[in-house]
Write a protein of this length. Structure first.
Length: 76
């Protein structure tokens, strides 16, 4: 029987390596124990907004853009 644990974890430094921690609750749910061999598939979390819209770069600073918006809204 194939068990599946799908969870979001953060990579942690562990000596000169990097590791992941899985919750005891998830491991118990699948009947997994320390020392048991498992296969892990790593999927890099992405930023869907950045993928959809890209990175926007303005020629003016945020402060300057806000001043212009304020001026346009309040000087009618």
């Amino acid at each position: 029987m194939i068990g599946l644990i799908e969870t979001e974890v953060q990579l942690k430094k562990w000596g000169s390596s990097v590791g992941v921690l899985l919750s005891k609750k998830d491991l118990q749910k699948e009947g997994l124990k320390e020392g048991q061999k498992v296969k892990i598939i790593v999927v890099k979390k992405s930023n869907p907004l950045r993928e959809t819209f890209g990175t926007i770069k303005f020629s003016k600073s945020t402060a300057q853009l806000l001043k212009e918006v304020d001026k346009a809204l309040w000087n009618d």
